[in-house]
Design a protein around this ligand. Structure first.
Ligand SMILES: C[S@@+](CC[C@H](N)C(=O)[O-])C[C@H]1O[C@@H](n2cnc3c(N)ncnc32)[C@H](O)[C@@H]1O
Length: 229
């Protein structure tokens, strides 16, 4: 099926009317390109909500052979599509809910396309705490929000952007236009988050398990419930 039809059919779950434009995708990977151009160490990259893979394609074009990319996607149709499209070594598609993802090590760079617009504020906060825990200290998180009047519904997210944002870019050539944010996750000691009642864990649990979400567990997870609400 045409990827746009998937988006339209499942609009509440995907949170978008269409995949991201190549302009948005190329802007999203600007900092990754800079990092791969000057950083000799191999990078661990994570993409949350890759959908049909528009952003994935841009990430792959910025990656070096020694870098690794994991993707976490809750929609099984998209997972099958992604596995067919991206067969290079070092790339993994993990079917499941971001909130249940439990990798064995944190990431240097996290890309996220999770549609917060359609998720309750409490679940959005949980997702942000999870994302912070998946990121290495000083790691980067790039994500976008569609431009609308109710821009930051989640206070936790708003404060993170205020404290950690290193770049904001408005991308008009996307449907709908989007604001792209890149955050640098500072060490907990220097973070304003602490002492403000917004504690988060920087260390990923030692358990080296990536959970595959089955039908039942996905149904019972908070975000899935919220997405289908
Ligand atoms: C707005 S679409 C973005 C797709 C693609 N990255 C793009 O930019 O075109 C959001 C994607 O996030 C996925 N998603 C939503 N909630 C999720 C969750 N809790 N865990 C993993 N993926 C999720 C949806 O299935 C969808 O593919």
């Amino acid at each position: 099926m045409n990827p746009i039809l998937y988006f339209l059919r499942d609009i509440r779950k995907t949170g978008a009317v269409a995949p991201s434009s190549r302009y948005l995708a190329n802007d999203m990977v600007r900092f990754l390109r800079k990092k791969t151009a000057c950083n000799a160490a191999p990078l661990r990259i994570l993409e949350l909500g890759p959908g049909t893979g528009t952003l994935t394609k841009a990430i792959c074009s910025a990656m070096r052979p020694e870098d690794r990319l994991d993707m976490v996607e809750i929609n099984p149709h998209f997972c099958r599509m992604l596995r067919r499209k991206f067969k290079q070594p070092g790339i993994r598609v993990i079917y499941g809910d971001l909130l249940e993802f439990d990798p064995d090590a944190p990431y240097d760079y996290v890309f996220s396309s999770i549609p917060y617009e359609s998720i309750p504020e409490s679940v959005t906060s949980l997702m942000w705490k999870k994302k912070l825990s998946l990121c290495k200290p000083n790691g980067l998180i790039s994500y976008y929000k569609y431009v609308n009047f109710n821009f930051f519904r989640c206070k936790f997210e708003k404060e993170l952007v205020r404290d950690y944002c290193i770049d904001k870019t408005l991308v008009f050539r996307n449907l709908p236009p989007a604001q792209l944010f890149t955050l640098r996750v500072r060490q907990p000691e220097t973070s304003n988050m602490h002492g403000s009642g917004m504690e988060f864990k920087m260390n990923v649990p030692k358990k080296a398990v990536i959970k595959r979400v089955g039908k039942n567990s996905a149904k019972s997870s908070n975000s899935k419930a919220a997405l289908s609400a």
